[in-house]
Write a protein that binds this ligand. Structure first.
Ligand code: PGA
Length: 312
């Protein structure tokens, strides 16, 4: 699905004209945002609201929380985590997904409640075959996965995956029926250089150019400087990028896709900060790393959907 070329931060004034704005209260203890002098805290007009009796929600999709277990766990620790998740009381109005390491997916699938779906953390770019060390989409489906995380910053910046390759992986997974959690996000130096929008939009465009449809895509905005660092983006910092991403979808794909596509936040989300983040209109859920390894805390994050349900 080809789209028009990426908008640059310098074009934001024109791009966001006509959108309702409110005054941001940015947290200056966080890495500086380039949007302070442009238009922070942007929101699309209200046509998408009210779909679920939830007023603090700009998009129309169901709240979505994913737990990315990364390269953590053993049979024993995972068995404990699964048992904690099975006994947790989870709000009904949330899609919940966990992504165990490949080798434990079968164990988790066989022991975890069906209430929680399984995601892989990566997938091969095409049909399986002579690709040593890779796992194919067909194998993931065979073992019960419904989702795959693609474009995670650790795959981009540690393993070296590039936009086009990630886009191809997303296209293949979607075509074969897996949902894709499509990750985007800027590095600290990119934020400090005022390139946050450019980086995010370029990564988004690579997905957009490749995917056959947005039906099964969840976008995860994960600033690299916030992943695993304990430095969570402030609610306002996250909201401004989420709003910009939604606007990019509206301008470059369609108003319907902008409304329906969940845009979730990731980067040092925990049980103490998730409620405040969830109150932001364009935050439709979370992708959680470290805190998803603790069952009760992950449940708290899932249940932060309640902070969206402010008096209707
Ligand atoms: P973190 O990781 O919650 O440990 O920061 C988030 C992620 O990488 O998805």
């Amino acid at each position: 699905m080809a789209v028009a070329s990426t908008s640059l931060a310098s074009q934001l004034s024109a791009q966001f004209s006509g959108l309702r704005r409110s005054s941001p209260k940015l947290d200056h203890s966080q890495p500086q945002t380039l949007f302070q002098h442009v238009h922070s805290h942007i929101r699309l007009s209200s046509s998408r609201k009210g779909c679920r009796g939830v007023v603090s929600m700009a998009g129309s999709g169901k709240f979505f929380v994913g737990g990315n277990w990364k390269c953590n766990g053993t049979k024993d620790t995972i068995s404990k985590l699964v048992s904690d998740l099975n006994s947790a009381k989870l709000e009904a109005d949330v899609d919940v997904v966990v992504a165990p390491p490949f080798v434990y997916i079968d164990q988790v699938k066989n022991t975890l409640t069906d209430r929680i779906e399984i995601s892989a953390q990566n997938s091969w770019v095409g049909k399986g075959g002579a690709f040593t060390g890779e796992i194919s989409v067909e194998q993931l489906k065979d073992i019960g996965c419904k989702w795959v995380i693609l474009g995670h910053s650790e795959r981009r910046h540690v393993i070296g995956e590039v936009d086009q390759f990630i886009g191809k992986k997303a296209a293949y997974a979607l075509t074969e029926g897996l949902g894709v959690i499509a990750c985007i996000g800027e590095k600290l130096e990119e934020r400090e250089a005022g390139k946050t929008f450019d980086v995010c939009f370029q990564q988004l465009k690579a997905f957009a150019d490749a995917v056959p449809s947005w039906e099964n895509v969840v976008i995860a905005y994960e600033p690299v400087w916030a992943i695993g660092t304990g430095k969570v983006a402030s609610p306002a910092q996250a909201q401004e990028v989420h709003a910009a991403v939604r606007d990019w979808l509206k301008k470059n794909i369609s108003a319907e896709v902008a409304s329906k596509t969940r845009i979730i936040y990731g980067g040092s989300v925990n049980g103490g900060n998730s409620a405040e983040l969830a109150k932001q209109e364009d935050i439709d859920g979370f992708l959680v790393g470290g805190a998803s390894l603790k069952g009760p805390e992950f449940a708290t994050i899932i249940n932060s959907v309640t902070s969206k349900k402010v008096a209707a």
